[in-house]
Design a protein around this ligand. Structure first.
Ligand code: PMT
Length: 395
């Protein structure tokens, strides 16, 4: 998710960088927005370093409507700590600085607050009334904990620990998603077609696009069957690894067997693997030696087309998404594959676009729908492209 962490002026602001760190570690893109008072307790340099993004603090600094572009970018705005002041401002519709302006621009259902204040302030009828108002609009609250407070007293008002807020964000992000009850198949990486015991026919796919798709689906709560060719990537370190079931294969025929087995149990499939169209007709179980002649002939036979096979198996309620890697006549070729293979969507990437395709961390795609729809992405990280694809094909 794209998350803005809003920080207001309470002592618990010193814990905000830790929350940002946890969210980044969980795979979220994070930007920070702070009030002037928050920067008495934490620093711009700390927040910019942990989020790896510039801090949004001054409503007029950029001379643009940054609160609106941030609102468009963010899936969630988390205010931690949320002081009595910011809670009161939102309840009263006041927007007099960068963060309160962003808060009023954001749909309430996309806001989470972690209040923190002195116990007596927390118990004040005005604060409790404001909290109720915000809740009734759909703003989620991580209630403050009981404990020792900075003012020396003990009682309710202490901000929940960053780990608790991060856990709450994780459950919120998947709770409302229709994907949380679905299973999807993703294919990733290259296939290796064996020639002999040391050689194979392969390609430059790294698996990055497919792994990003698996993560983006799991992030939305889906169970993912990831069938991947040889790659150095692993989902084990992913915060969503519990949702991703990985099957490692080597050849197109192994990928075919794994994919056709799970597809009938899936709501949909996205096939991003670069599958070899041909394999050697014969393989040797020893290392082939030079035989003294100038050349060598390798006879190739066709591999099964996994995507076309799934297109034939597809039931009405299933969604099938293919990829097309093209170098010329891109749209025409992709449209042809969409129709021939009975797909719902095809994701076109072209090797003519710099920064797109094999190996790199970025991609630039056009998503064509069977219904004639067409969505184009700019050059984005594969993570962002994956999220865009998931959004387009699961609407
Ligand atoms: O792994 P990365 O380094 O991140 O690179 C990502 C990528 C460039 C591999 C990816 O974005 C991509 O374009 N994947 C599809 C590559 C490809 O083989 O395209 P194609 O146009 O040849 O195949 C069309 C579709 O049929 C693809 O969905 C492919 O998975 C599928 N196919 C092809 C042949 C075959 N025998 N079986 C298949 O299922």
């Amino acid at each position: 998710m794209n998350i803005v962490v809003g920080i207001t002026g309470g002592i618990a602001a010193y814990k905000a960088p830790e929350l940002v760190r946890l969210l980044v570690k969980a795979g979220h893109s994070v930007r920070c927005a702070a009030t002037e008072h928050a920067l008495q307790f934490t620093t711009r340099a700390t927040l910019e370093t942990v989020s790896a993004n510039p801090l949004y603090c001054d409503l007029f600094a950029s001379g643009r409507t940054e609160h609106i572009s941030l609102k468009d970018w963010a899936d969630l705005l988390v205010v931690a700590p949320a002081t009595a002041n910011i809670i009161g401002k939102v309840a009263g519709g006041i927007a007099d600085d960068a963060l309160s302006t962003l808060l009023l621009a954001m749909p309430p259902q996309h806001v989470l607050m972690a209040p923190a204040m002195n116990s007596q302030m927390w118990a004040h009828p005005a604060v409790q009334r404001n909290i109720e108002t915000l809740r009734s609009w759909g703003i989620a609250m991580v209630s403050p904990a009981d404990g020792e407070l900075a003012c020396g007293t003990t009682g309710p008002g202490r901000m929940s620990e960053p780990e608790e807020i991060a856990a709450c964000i994780a459950s919120l992000s998947t709770f409302h998603s229709p994907l949380s009850t679905q299973r999807w198949l993703v294919t990733a990486g290259p296939t290796y077609e064996r020639i002999d015991s040391v050689r194979f026919i392969g390609n430059y796919s790294s698996g990055k696009m497919g792994f990003a798709l698996a993560e983006a689906l799991a992030e939305q709560g889906a169970e993912v069957e990831l069938v991947t060719g040889p790659t150095s990537l692993s989902t084990l370190r992913s915060p969503f690894s519990a949702h991703i079931h990985e099957t490692r294969v080597e050849s197109a025929r192994e990928m075919y067997a794994a994919a056709t087995k799970v597809f009938p149990h899936c709501h949909g499939a996205i096939l991003s693997a670069a599958v070899a169209d041909y394999r050697p007709a014969e393989t040797a179980d020893h290392k082939l030696k030079k035989n003294g002649s100038e050349g060598m002939h390798l006879e190739l036979v066709q591999n099964p087309d996994i995507l076309a096979t799934l297109g034939g198996m597809k039931q009405e309620e299933q969604t099938l998404v293919g990829f097309a890697l093209e170098t010329d006549h891109e749209l025409e070729n992709a449209q042809g594959k969409l129709e021939r293979k009975n797909l719902d969507y095809i994701v076109l990437n072209s090797l003519r676009d710099k920064g797109a395709g094999f190996g790199v961390d970025t991609n630039k795609v056009t998503i064509l729908g069977r219904d004639g729809s067409r969505k184009e992405s700019p050059l984005l990280s594969k993570r962002e492209v994956a999220r865009m694809i998931i959004e387009a094909v699961t609407l």
